[in-house]
Design a protein around this ligand. Structure first.
Ligand code: HEM
Length: 511
């Protein structure tokens, strides 16, 4: 009896001490820091169970409408501040990029699935700077001359695919974007039925699924990675399997290129040059694979999705298509005389505005932005943020806010006809803010521009009866199938003849 009482006393004392310590720490924390309004959640897990696993944009937009320019959520042990206006995104993620653009820890998606080698999840460190510099060399505006001939050839092949196999328009978009980057990086093209392309998109979708907040407990509570011994981490075998699959897909391409270099059949490309550099010799084998792999992945999915979004915009609000066509016809002929070319760009500002509107309209590449981490305590407009706070630009909320854009739900390229049509980063957040801004933005924008100019000139896009497009719920993860239904037909017999005349050779070119 005495012993039981003593145990009870000891347990109560420990509980009182712990609660007391927690209260003191909370008081001290509240004196030192102040966060924007917090969305109520449950103890320990916070808002983890409220955020939808996919399509989080509409959810986060609704919260922005309720809470204003900033609100706070807790996803497990991570505190996220959502920035809901261009004003605060510019103030914090752009002007204070030096401290706001690191990345939080992701023990599952970065640690296990990517062996700490995926640039998009790297914190600010030497490794990130090295990889970013390499990517910049390949993708910067100066490198565009290298990309343009491939974008020209591959977009002709795209038109050919739309003519010959219109039902496969989505796979054709994926092949197009993938083949541009494969040509530049590996010196080889990809085909419509390429099983490697299918597998690449599968691994990318696995990554995107796992990256959603709340999907992996250890990413919500990174401390678990430190306190649970590796052999007891039940998530690890799954992460290892995804890593193996991903590395296999990347390695297969790198091995093919290395073999071609050995037997003297390699076409000169970024890969052949890169594999000779000192940088690559200093790099781990895994890091090398992820440099190549990220280029393939990031270079393929983003363009296919954006071209798809513009097509959805063409089907659901055809008024602007007529205006785009008027411009295209003036430049390229009313009777399908010739395809639009890059040289036409100064005379095709409306098309550039269409592309910008495509990036803005339904930003479903990163619906709630991409999380970055503050690395130093900071103050802003009465709030005091502790180092370690995660920030994100609330992409869907900003893009669809009437305070930011007139008639935001409308696909309306005219909003970007302001003399800055070719400044692809201005006026929307499709490529992200600050130092983490997409390193391939120029290549991505050119990919979409030439494809859209040619597709709009040559094809009509209409709804499939009985299958209307709900543009607010176009999914990003689709297991390689089209995210919505669309009927693709040539604009006229003359346009079909133009595609046959000018695009067949591109479709048959092999290297
Ligand atoms: C159609 C176009 C594209 C769109 C809309 C797009 C969008 C984005 C977004 C939203 C981010 C995250 C930015 C952030 O974290 O703040 C990003 C990062 C990135 N993108 Fe793109 N992207 C596009 C094309 C490309 C292309 C063609 C490549 C390369 C071939 C590429 C490579 C990357 C890389 C490597 C990062 C990570 C940068 C870092 O964390 O430092 N992107 N992109």
């Amino acid at each position: 009896m005495m012993a039981a009482q003593q145990i009870l006393l000891a347990v109560s004392t420990v509980a009182v001490i712990l609660i007391g310590r927690w209260i003191i720490q909370t008081i001290q924390w509240n004196r030192k820091y102040k966060l924007p309004p917090t969305v109520p959640g449950v103890p320990i897990f916070g808002n983890t169970f409220q955020i939808p696993a996919l399509q989080q944009g509409p959810w986060a937009k609704e919260l922005a409408e309720k809470y204003g320019e900033m609100f706070t959520c807790k996803f497990g042990g991570n505190t996220w501040v959502f920035l809901n206006s261009s004003r605060v995104v510019t103030d914090l993620m752009e002007r204070r990029a030096a401290i706001y653009n690191s990345r939080p820890e992701f023990p599952m998606t970065q640690g296990i699935m990517s062996r700490d080698s995926r640039i998009v999840l790297m914190p600010y460190n030497e490794q990130w700077r090295t990889v970013r510099k390499i990517m910049h060399q390949i993708l910067s505006a100066r490198a565009l001359d290298v990309f343009m001939p491939f974008q020209d050839l591959e977009s002709k092949n795209l038109c050919w695919d739309y003519l010959e196999t219109p039902d496969r328009w989505w796979s054709a978009n994926g092949r197009y974007a993938n083949s541009v980057i494969m040509s530049v990086v590996f010196g080889r093209r990809s085909s419509l039925d390429d099983p490697h392309v299918v597998e690449l998109f599968e691994t990318l979708e696995l990554f995107l699924e796992n990256q959603q907040p709340g999907v992996n407990i250890v990413d919500a509570f990174p401390v678990l990675d430190k306190i649970i011994p590796k052999f007891l981490q039940w998530w690890r075998p799954r992460g290892d399997r995804i890593y193996e699959k991903t590395a296999h897909v990347y390695r297969r391409e790198v091995d093919m290129l290395e073999n071609k270099i050995k037997n003297g059949t390699a076409k000169r490309c970024f890969g052949t040059d890169f594999l000779k550099t000192d940088e690559v010799k200093k790099m781990s084998e895994v890091q090398k694979l992820f440099v190549f792999g990220t280029l393939m992945e990031a270079g393929s999915d983003t363009s296919r999705v954006t071209i798809g979004q513009i097509i959805a915009g063409a089907v659901t609000s055809p008024d602007w298509v007529a205006r785009a066509r008027a411009e295209l016809d003036k430049v390229c002929g009313y009777n399908a005389e010739r395809l639009p070319q890059f040289e036409d760009r100064p005379n095709l500002s409306y098309i550039s505005a269409v592309v910008k509107e495509g990036f803005r309209w339904r930003p479903n590449i990163a619906e709630i932005g991409a999380p970055t981490m503050l690395i130093k305590d900071d103050e802003y407009e009465g709030y005091k943020f502790p180092a370690g706070t995660v920030f994100t630009w609330n992409a869907w909320a900003i893009a669809l806010s009437p305070k930011e854009y007139e008639e935001p739900e409308r696909f309306w390229p005219e909003r970007f006809l302001n003399g800055e049509e070719e400044s692809a980063l201005k006026g929307h957040w499709g490529f992200g803010p600050g130092r983490r801004v997409c390193v391939g933005w120029k290549v991505g924008e050119m990919n979409v521009w030439i494809a859209i100019a040619r597709l709009l000139y040559c094809f009509d896009f209409t709804a499939v009866p009985g299958k209307p497009i709900d543009t607010m719920t176009i999914p990003q993860i689709t297991n390689n199938s089209a995210p919505f239904a669309v009927k693709v037909t040539p604009r006229s017999a003359k346009h079909a003849a133009l595609v046959r005349r000018d695009c067949e050779a591109a479709a048959k070119t092999q290297y």
